[in-house]
Design a protein around this ligand. Structure first.
Ligand SMILES: Nc1ncnc2c1ncn2[C@@H]1O[C@H](COP(=O)(O)OP(=O)(O)OP(=O)(O)O)[C@@H](O)[C@H]1O
Length: 752
């Protein structure tokens, strides 16, 4: 141990920094987000490998680093060098060079190629790559094409380093530096200096807060108009993330002023109000008058879309359909008789309504026969000679409706033909969908923008059936379209209420209906030999016990009941954070279900390990890869040389560059919100008081109804009760319902 090592884990601010030079042997941990790193270093001064901890921009094995910092004694990990400053020097030994080049620094060069290059050029290797890269062709096994690739990767690496150094100086982490570089290329530094708030508009993952941090470091005044404008839009974006389409002006002003306050200096409400006026005049904001004259502030795209969606719906509603109802009734009678089925009166009403409505909503809880009824409607429409299109917001829901109707069904994005080049849909008013009748399932998931795109693509003579359970969680995106359509009382709606016998035999469905009525459900207490498909485990007193219970169930009861923990079980949590949140569960369950093994390659990104065999979930719509927010996949392969990871989504392999891994996260456990539109054989639902901010009736209802064969709720009666009693916790600001109630004058001029 070095002589100056301290016997304390606490930093001693009076400790004099020491120097240490060494070659990075391996990286134990590196957070892309913060740059925080734990690495092992071989230093000539110390015989054993040294552990160093600190923030590093772009640390690679093989790098030679000159470090300044202090020695500390960590109670668990022992002696460590805590780095305060570092500089990189070029590797001075052949082994160092080999390690450096082969560490994944350059795409296309793995350890084998690195060894060949270093064997050939020796200590001159880096000089050659820097100044005479064409000479790489002399290395056995490197063809011209590879030289070009390496050249490009090296140049990019260098340019990234420059931008990185600048951004690091201004407190930006590596992961953003790369994104900023990708977005602006050579103009990266200039953009950051001129108006850092631009980053929040242009770069996924950089929001106002990060841009604001950069702005402060670059020296932009906290009272600049750029900052006010960006802050205001940030508040509206946050509101949209919470599902709102607008904010009342006083609320927007209050939240913006809070956000913009700096070091105890309040931002001026008056100034915020002036900016709102200015932005309104410049059409950067739409301010509308709501009830009682309340000014309501929209981002323009939200206001235009909401208005236009209401117009499109009204246009559909006023187009009559000529149908011989007697013939329809005769058809229903023949159809049901020939199949030996009897429609409930509500189902009969729904089928008749589908025959004569341009647009209608079919809603109801689980087991009320929505699917059964949809199948009958589809059969009727087919008998009427209509060309039918089926779709749903998610791939899984589309697959399910295809199975039950026996017809092809697509995701809405596919049906509307999303074009990544324009980031828009090819199907629209000028190029409508080629169907006479369209069924969309799981419409509780339709947000404002998707609903608008759908309505825009419906041919004027076509019919639209929207099926969904309005009591489920509303869409992830802004709006509560299904609820607004129903509550407007302008759209024909059939609400199915009777639970059918087959469904009634499922305790999951009975429990879901009880919860929906606000009653505590009948749940079978946990035992070794459960009889019901809906079980309750009290989960112990502490959240930690919940984690233990879930692990025990997955290791013991679930396989005993014939389910496969790796494919059949989904742990659904109300929250991401906390002991019983998805993030912690993912680590624990990964270790349990897919532990490390020499034959399973893995990569660490953003503090998370992705391993072959891991279940993962896509976090954003990626139109190029055709993978959408909420899609579940399994890591099929990891290529450390190409720095690529292959994920299999429902039988389709999709390749991700390491740099894009922030698009995915582990999915051994996912949030209930993300589970909408999907079903799983087994659902484990930890519900704890620590989730109290999130607990609501439609949350537990949605989670429970994702289970097809077995649901186990883990948690105290108190927490379950709290969830059931919490209704309408998340009121969303939308005006679709009001707009549908307003008589509109059509001038044929509402294109968008
Ligand atoms: N009129 C009917 N006569 C006999 N059985 C029916 C009738 N309607 C529905 N069922 C049966 O009730 C059960 C539930 O119906 P269905 O699956 O259509 O409900 P759902 O509302 O789509 O449920 P979920 O939302 O859970 O998918 C099914 O087994 C279905 O065959």
């Amino acid at each position: 141990m070095p002589s100056s090592a301290q016997d304390s884990s606490q930093p001693n601010r009076y400790q004099v920094p020491e120097s240490l030079t060494g070659v990075v042997e391996r990286i134990t941990y590196h957070s892309e987000e913060s740059g925080y790193t734990v690495a092992r270093i071989q230093s000539p001064r110390v015989r054993e490998l040294v552990t160093v901890v600190g923030n590093f921009a772009n640390i690679q094995a093989g790098q030679t680093l000159q470090l300044k910092g202090v020695w500390k004694n960590h109670p668990q990990y022992g002696s460590q060098f805590e780095v305060q400053q570092y500089t990189e020097t070029k590797p001075a030994t052949l082994t160092g060079l080999e390690k450096y080049l082969g560490s994944g620094l350059i795409k296309g060069v793995g350890p084998v190629t690195a060894k060949r290059i270093v064997t050939h050029f020796g200590l001159e290797t880096l000089d050659i790559i820097e100044n005479q890269i064409e000479r790489l062709i002399e290395v056995p096994g490197i063809a011209k094409k590879r030289v070009t690739l390496i050249h490009r990767a090296w140049a990019e690496q260098k340019a990234i380093k420059e931008v990185m150094v600048f951004l690091q100086e201004h407190g930006v982490s590596t992961i953003y530096a790369i994104k900023i570089f990708k977005q602006y290329g050579a103009k990266a530094i200039a953009t950051v200096k001129d108006n850092p708030y631009q980053l929040a508009d242009d770069i996924y993952g950089i929001g106002f807060l990060t841009a604001d941090k950069i702005a402060r470091n670059v020296g932009v005044s906290p009272w600049s108009k750029y900052r006010y404008r960006s802050g205001l839009l940030h508040i509206l974006s946050q509101a949209a993330e919470d599902g709102h389409c607008f904010l009342p002006q006083p609320e927007l002003m209050k939240l913006t002023a809070e956000l913009l306050s700096v070091d105890g200096h309040e931002a001026d409400l008056e100034a915020v109000s002036t900016i709102i006026d200015e932005m309104g005049q410049r059409q950067q904001l739409v301010v509308e008058e709501g009830e009682g004259g309340m000014p309501l502030c929209y981002k323009p795209s939200f206001a235009i879309t909401e208005k236009h969606l209401a117009q499109l719906l009204q246009q559909l509603l006023i187009r009559p359909i000529a149908v011989d109802l007697l013939r329809v009734r005769n058809w229903i009678e023949r159809f049901t008789q020939s199949r030996g089925i009897v429609l409930s009166s509500q189902q009969q009403q729904a089928v008749e309504m589908a025959a004569r409505s341009r647009i209608m909503v079919l809603t109801g809880g689980p087991g009320t026969g929505k699917t059964f009824c949809t199948r009958t409607i589809v059969a009727l429409w087919k008998a009427m000679g209509k060309k039918i299109g089926l779709a749903a917001p998610t791939g899984r829901a589309a697959q399910r409706i295809a199975e039950v109707t026996g017809l092809e069904a697509k995701t809405l994005h596919r049906m509307l033909e999303f074009d990544p080049a324009t980031m828009g849909f090819k199907r629209d008013r000028d190029n409508p969908l080629p169907y006479d009748a369209i069924v969309v399932d799981e419409t509780s998931m339709l947000d404002l923008f998707l609903a608008h795109s759908l309505l825009k693509a419906i041919a004027p003579e076509a019919q639209l059936l929207l099926v969904g359970d309005v009591d489920q969680l509303p869409s992830v995106g802004p709006g509560k379209v299904l609820a607004d359509l129903i509550n407007s009382e302008k759209i024909p709606v059939v609400r199915l209420e009777q639970v059918f016998r087959q469904a009634e035999s499922s305790a999951i469905i009975r429990a879901a209906h009880s919860i929906n009525r606000g009653e505590y459900p009948k749940l079978e207490p946990m035992s070794n030999n459960p009889q019901s498909d809906c079980l309750h485990h009290n989960g112990g007193t502490e959240p930690e016990h919940g984690v233990q219970v879930v692990c025990e169930l997955i290791s013991d009861l679930i396989p005993r009941l014939g389910f496969n923990p790796a494919t059949d079980v989904q742990v659904l949590c109300p929250m991401i954070r906390g002991v019983v949140g998805t993030r912690n569960f993912n680590q624990v369950l990964q270790q349990l279900i897919n532990p490390p093994s020499p034959d399973k390659p893995e990569v660490s990104r953003g503090g998370m390990i992705f391993r072959v065999g891991d279940r993962v979930i896509q976090l954003k719509n990626d139109y190029n890869r055709e993978v959408f927010n909420g899609d579940l996949g399994v890591v099929a392969a990891i290529d450390a040389v190409e720095q690529e990871l292959t994920i299999c989504f429902d039988g389709r392999d999709v390749v991700y560059d390491y740099a894009d891994l922030n698009e995915i996260t582990l999915a051994w456990s996912i949030s209930i919100h993300k589970s909408q539109g999907s079903e799983y054989p087994v659902v484990l639902l930890p519900i704890y008081m620590t989730h109290y901010v999130m607990l609501s009736r439609n949350l537990i209802y949605t989670g429970l109804t994702r289970a097809k064969k077995l649901a186990i709720i883990i948690g105290s009666n108190k927490a379950i009760n709290m969830a059931i009693r919490q209704v309408n916790q998340q009121q969303r600001y939308t005006r679709l319902k009001e707009r549908l109630g307003v008589k509109m004058i059509f001038n044929g001029n509402c294109s968008n």
